[in-house]
Write a protein that binds this ligand. Sequence first.
Ligand SMILES: Nc1ncnc2c1ncn2[C@@H]1O[C@H](COP(=O)(O)OP(=O)(O)OP(=O)(O)O)[C@@H](O)[C@H]1O
Length: 252
Amino acid sequence: MKTLSLRNLGKTYFDPYAGAHVTAVHDVSLDVELGEFISVVGPSGCGKTTILNMIAGFIPYSKGDILLDGKPVHGPGPERGVVFQSFALFPWKTVLDNVGFGPKMRGVPKAERDRIAREYLALAGLSHAAHRYPNELSGGMQQRVGVVRALANNPDVLLMDEPFASVDAQTRMTLQEELTRIWQERKPTVIFITHDVPEAVFLANRVVVLSKGRVLDEIAVDLPRPRVWDDLVKDDHFKQLSARVLQMVRAA
Ligand SMILES: Nc1ncnc2c1ncn2[C@@H]1O[C@H](COP(=O)(O)OP(=O)(O)OP(=O)(O)O)[C@@H](O)[C@H]1O
């Protein structure tokens, strides 16, 4: 398991339509501890996805450093798993084979990768769906498969970009509870991007608020775990923390 450091990270894009450079990320420094769960919030266009894509190694950074266990990150790697809003499952593969895909790419033999996939499917309450195809699943189930597919690679760092944005509110709350439960069991380091302030607070140990490509502030979330919505909707401390984060995002 590894720690993640962003040091004075910056990203400038060339915008071909404007014929000019756009600085999406100005100067971001952040140390993420082993097994920490960080939520990142901020107004549209503040650079959240750009930062996540740089950590994933999908796009190069323009300045600064990203260090994973002290080593610079350049390009994607199996120690960093990514979950997007779109489910991005392979439609021609069963759920079991979707989840076993990462281990397959690492050369894990079939029996062992099926065992790994079944273990993760059980963790997400999806054992019954192992032999179905993605188009036979609801949106919430597809997103669960997306999450366990990333986890089946046993990543040190799980990068999540608004993974629950396209499911209904009820399913979303269930997925949030499940994710906190799975995280507590496996303890990967998680960076979770969201527009939803209560979601950010519910999930994280720390919420990072971005504004115009910079870190505006960070708030520690000292709510006890396990976290369940039935308790937290009535919890004054949860409400206060959410209100503080919301104020910051609105001021960002
Ligand atoms: N490939 C690109 N080329 C040029 N500009 C880009 C590119 N990708 C992002 N940008 C610009 O960089 C800035 C930050 O974008 P980014 O998608 O990282 O923000 P975000 O906080 O994730 O936004 P949202 O919450 O709307 O998803 C925006 O001004 C955006 O227009």
